[in-house]
Design a protein around this ligand. Structure first.
Ligand SMILES: [Zn+2]
Length: 331
C-alpha cells in the first residue's frame, strides 16, 4: 500500500516550527518533500501562503522566502503556514505545468492520492494544510511572456457573502488593481477547492518574466497590507507607489475583453499595463513574418478599457491571447 501524505512536524506546536510536507511516491516519480514554515501564535486568523503553483512564476517563491525572514517576528496572533514552492518540479524546470505528468497543478485540485504527481501534490495540500487555515494566499505572477498590473485576482463566486468578503480583503492589499475575472474553466483550480471548504482564497498576480527588485518591493508591500487587514500583523496599510501613483482600482474582465492574435506572427505591444484605451485604439501589432507581402495587422480595443495585461514581444499562433483589457467594476 502507498504511503499517505504527511507532515514531518506538528503544525500545532506553538511559535515557529519547520518541517516538510511529504508527497508520497507514485508510479511516475519518487516522493517529494516540500519545505513548510509555520508560525503558530494561538487564537486568531489562520492563513496558508503558497508560491510556485506555476513553476515559471518565480516572484511568488522569492516573496514567500522573504516573508519567512520577517513575518514570524511581526506576527502577533493566529497561524501562518508558508510553503514557498508547492510545485518544486515545475519550478526547477521553469515550466507552467509539471514536467513529469504535463499537468497544470492549478487545474487538478483537490487532487487524488493515487493520481499522477501533480494530483498527489494537490491531494497532500488539500488534505493536510487546508483544514488548518481559513484563508489561502496563492502567489502567482502571470508567467514569463506577459506583463500585467500588480493585482489581486478573483473569479466570480456564487456565494454572495464569500464574494463580498473576498473582494473586501482583496482591496485591503491596496495594490493597483483588484480584478474580478470571469473565467469559464475554474474546475480543478486551487480557489475552487478552497471555496468548496467555505474558506477565503486570495490570488496575487505580478506580471512578467522579469523578477525585478522594484516589483518585489511592491509585491511585499501589498502582501503586508493584506496581513494587516487580516489582523495578523500590526501597522498601517498604505498604497505602494506604482507608475508614480499611490492608488488602487477595482476592475472586471470577461472573455470578450481578451484580444487574440488574428494570425501567426510576432506580437508587438503598443501599450503598457494600466494604459487607458478607447474604442479603436491600437493595443498591439501582429507581424506575419513568413511573407514578403503580408502587411502588419493592427489589434484594436473594442471599447473604452484599461490594459490589464499584455504579451511581451513573442511569436504567437493564430487565436492566441495577446492582451487582456478590463473595465471599472460596474457595481
Ligand atoms: Zn500562475
Amino acid at each position: 500500500m502507498n504511503e499517505a501524505p504527511h507532515l514531518t512536524f506538528d503544525l500545532d506546536s506553538p511559535g515557529v516550527s519547520t518541517g516538510h510536507l511529504v508527497v508520497p511516491k507514485g508510479a511516475d516519480c519518487d516522493s517529494l518533500s516540500l519545505p513548510v514554515f509555520s508560525c503558530n501564535r494561538g487564537e486568531g486568523p489562520a492563513l496558508l501562503i503558497t508560491g510556485g503553483n506555476h513553476g515559471n512564476e518565480l516572484q511568488g517563491p522569492v516573496l514567500a522566502r522573504r516573508l519567512v525572514e520577517w513575518l514570524p517576528e511581526a506576527q502577533r496572533c493566529g497561524r501562518i503556514i508558508i510553503v514557498p514552492e508547492i510545485n518544486p518540479l515545475a519550478v526547477q524546470a521553469w515550466t507552467r505545468n509539471t514536467p513529469i505528468d504535463g499537468k497544470n497543478l492549478n487545474r487538478v485540485f483537490p487532487g487524488r492520492s493515487d493520481g499522477s504527481v501533480s494530483e498527489r501534490i494537490a491531494d497532500a495540500i488539500s488534505r493536510l494544510l487546508l483544514p488548518m487555515v481559513d484563508t489561502v494566499l496563492d502567489l502567482h505572477s502571470f508567467g514569463p511572456t506577459w506583463d500585467c498590473a500588480p493585482s489581486i485576482i478573483s473569479h466570480p463566486i456564487a456565494d454572495i457573502d464569500q464574494m463580498t468578503k473576498t473582494v473586501s480583503i482583496s482591496k485591503a492589499f491596496k495594490l493597483p488593481v483588484t480584478l474580478l475575472w470571469e473565467h469559464n474553466e475554474t474546475d480543478g483550480m486551487f480557489d475552487t477547492c478552497v471555496h468548496r471548504q467555505g474558506k477565503t482564497f486570495i490570488c496575487t498576480e505580478f506580471g512578467g518574466g522579469v523578477v525585478s527588485a522594484e516589483a518585489l518591493t511592491l509585491y511585499e508591500a501589498g502582501v503586508r497590507n493584506g496581513l494587516i487587514a487580516l489582523g495578523l500583523v500590526a501597522g498601517k496599510a498604505e498604497y505602494p507607489t506604482f507608475r508614480q501613483q499611490k492608488s488602487g482600482q477595482t476592475l472586471e474582465t470577461t472573455a470578450s475583453d481578451q484580444l487574440k492574435s488574428p494570425s501567426p506572427g510576432i506580437f508587438e505591444p503598443r501599450c503598457s499595463v494600466m494604459d487607458e484605451v478607447k474604442q479603436g485604439d491600437v493595443v498591439g501589432v501582429l507581424h506575419p513574418m513568413g511573407s514578403l507581402s503580408a502587411a502588419s495587422i493592427d489589434i484594436r480595443a473594442q471599447s473604452k478599457s484599461i490594459v490589464f495585461a499584455i504579451r511581451s514581444a513573442m511569436y504567437v499562433q493564430s487565436d492566441e491571447e495577446v492582451a487582456i483589457l478590463a473595465r471599472p467594476l460596474a457595481h
